[in-house]
Write a protein that binds this ligand. Structure first.
Ligand code: F6R
Length: 608
């Protein structure tokens, strides 16, 4: 969502802050700002708009500071505006604060502070923090921050700078990620690793209720009571290039093309030459698996779509009933959670607020919680009992691609591991699935090598107003992902429908020229799917199909067929989504959309 960067050292703080914010811009980007200390003054510059607006203004002045904090904002309280942008200061500009998260009791605090005579300049919840720190400030900024945060309810990652104590920055975390980067004669604060990776690979990952005093040559870690704590230094193993575009026009297309590698890296450490599965981080025994009476798979957006495949695979291989639900709905649906429940949460970022809340609810009710996530050290990875990491590398584009395919592959591994332990799949059956998982990387690569038909399909639909995606079984799940991808980056309205449901209503919307993307990869549903395609074709739809190589019959019911390699029905999604990702990308580019940063969206959604 929003992004935080802080710097203290000998180099130009404003340059490092802007550079770091640029790496975080994908998290939220309707405004940006910095506060730096110069000539015993706090200089705050903040503007509505992209980071470039701030950068242009800063280029016109020479701030020359060595300490400061910066922020990119994605509006929650108050519209995007200069006034609502962070940093927020106290009344006389001696203390500045940047904040990610939401302060739930901000109205109450604001009223109390207003009664004390504090004047507010913005509509944000964050501004109460700077005034509250001011209220408690008696010459010790650490103590003032400690007292202020005790009054806050909600989620926050906060960085604070003070004119009167220019040798230090203060950082605090509760329910919103924050890391401290350890440099040489300089130290950093950031809400996410890419912001500071250029400068250091060594970081402290703050846990909830922890804070840090960051000086040029010293980092002190403590809990909010002020008791000192020791933490291990986390060494980031991925490189800066993984977070750069590397010659591609957009992160999204780069990440689409990284999928063969990401799939291989997710799979290879977990399967040995004898085709045995070893899931590091998952410690389920046969007895524990047999005890589970139900599985919940909980996630949001694209991760939820991966969870739909998880449901099919676990039900098919492990023979346990599975419910996949979106995290924002799950908690309010009176779920049956007990010690016989396995909850699997799926989250690329590992920080999504609703998914995290579902995880916590499951733990409160004694369920076993497993996480599928891409970010090592993320909150979800640390709070779950078992973790399987997708080794997709950093995903920067807002639209998720390589995280999705590696999440689906991980579900293949999880379901197989459980089935083998429980004895619901024979070795021969399991080997067949393992072979399919191993070949997924090469098959995806072959799809990416010939994209001509998908580019043509994009040409055919890019100026349409509505697009329909249809499918049956897991093809419908992929249809939902294809539809989400298209709408989120190209702003074309699209809808995914179970092909068999068309005639119960939606068929009324099909007219001459309506684009229908038909997924027809499931052998057992193939004939039925062809009939559904004929139904829309008879109403004039322009049908673009995705089918397995060799299934020529489909050509009679479609205007264009994009073939994927032959694959086991239950794992076809890992391949069939690739043309859909590419289609949405090409359409968005043709429409001149900002592919990597679609309007109104953010990469990591840390508010509920
Ligand atoms: C869509 C997309 C989102 C995310 C969702 C969950 O392309 O990326 O729908 O999948 O916000 O995010 P994570 O996986 O970080 O929990």
């Amino acid at each position: 969502m929003c992004g935080i960067v802080g710097y203290i050292g000998d180099n130009k703080a404003e340059n490092i802050l802007i550079d770091g914010l640029a790496k975080l811009e994908y998290r939220g980007y309707d405004s940006a700002g910095i506060a730096v200390l110069r000539d015993s003054k706090l200089v705050i510059r903040k503007y509505k708009g992209r980071l470039s607006v701030l950068e242009e203004k800063l280029n016109k002045e020479n701030l020359s500071s060595n300490v400061g904090i910066g922020h990119t904002r994605w509006a929650t309280h108050g519209e995007p505006s200069d006034a609502n942008s962070h940093p927020h200061a106290n009344g006389n500009d001696t203390i500045a604060v940047v904040h990610n998260g939401i302060i739930e009791n901000f109205m109450e605090l604001r009223e109390q502070l207003e009664e004390e005579g504090y004047k507010f300049k913005s509509e944000t919840d964050t501004e109460v923090i700077s005034h509250l720190i001011d209220y408690y400030y008696k010459g010790d900024i650490l103590e003032a921050v400690r007292r202020a945060i005790k009054r806050l309810e909600g989620a926050y990652a906060i960085a604070v700078t003070s004119k009167d104590e220019p040798d230090k920055l203060i950082a605090v975390r509760k329910d919103s990620p924050l890391i401290i980067g350890i440099g040489n004669n300089e130290n950093f604060i950031a809400s996410d690793i890419p912001a500071i990776l250029k400068y250091t690979r060594n970081v402290y990952i703050l846990d909830d209720g922890e804070m840090a005093v960051i000086k040029k040559n010293e980092i002190e870690l403590m809990n909010i009571e002020g008791d000192k704590i020791d933490k291990e230094v986390f060494n980031v193993t991925w490189d800066v290039e993984s977070a750069e575009k590397g010659g591609y026009d957009h992160f999204m297309i780069k990440e689409i093309y990284e999928q063969p590698k990401a799939l291989k890296e997710t799979l290879s450490p977990r399967i040995n030459d004898k085709k045995e599965i070893n899931l590091d981080g998952i410690n389920l025994t046969k007895e524990e698996i047999e005890k589970f009476s139900r599985v919940y798979i909980i996630a949001c957006g694209t991760a939820y779509h991966a969870g739909l495949l998880g449901k099919s695979l676990i039900q098919k291989y492990v023979k346990i009933p599975v419910i996949t639900d979106v995290a924002s709905e799950f908690r309010y649906s009176d779920p049956f959670i007990d010690e016989n429940t396995l909850m699997i949460v799926v989250s690329q970022s590992g920080e999504t607020a609703d998914t995290l809340a579902a995880l916590r609810l499951a733990k409160e009710n004694k369920a076993r919680v497993m996480a599928v996530t891409n970010v090592v050290g993320s909150t979800i990875s640390r709070e779950a009992d078992d973790v399987i990491y997708t080794w997709a590398g950093p995903e920067i584009a807002v639209a998720s691609t390589k995280a999705y395919t590696t999440q689906m592959l991980s579900f293949g591994l999880i379901a197989l591991d459980m089935a083998i332990k429980k004895g619901t799949l024979s070795k021969a059956e399991a080997d067949k699935v393992i072979d399919e998982l191993i070949s997924a990387s090469d098959k995806v690569k072959s799809i990416l090598e010939d994209v001509k038909l998908t580019e043509e399909a994009a040409e055919e639909i890019y100026n349409k107003e509505n697009v329909f995606f249809i499918g049956r079984g897991i093809d419908y799940d992929v249809a939902r992902e294809g539809s989400l991808k298209l709408k989120e980056i190209s702003y074309i309205h699209s809808e995914a429908i179970q092909a068999g449901e068309l005639k119960h209503g939606t068929l009324a919307l099909i007219e001459k020229g309506t684009p229908v993307i038909a997924l027809a990869t499931q052998d057992k549903l193939y004939d039925k799917m062809l009939s559904n395609m004929k139904e829309v074709k008879a109403r004039g739809a322009h049908v673009i199909a995705v089918a397995k190589k060799g299934n020529k019959e489909v050509e009679k019911s479609a205007d264009k067929v994009i073939y994927i390699p032959d694959v086991l029905d239950e794992l076809a999604s890992i391949l069939s989504v690739i043309p859909l990702q590419l289609l949405s990308y090409y359409v968005a580019v043709k429409r001149g959309c900002d592919v990597d940063k679609p309007r109104n969206l953010a990469k990591s959604v840390t508010v509920e």
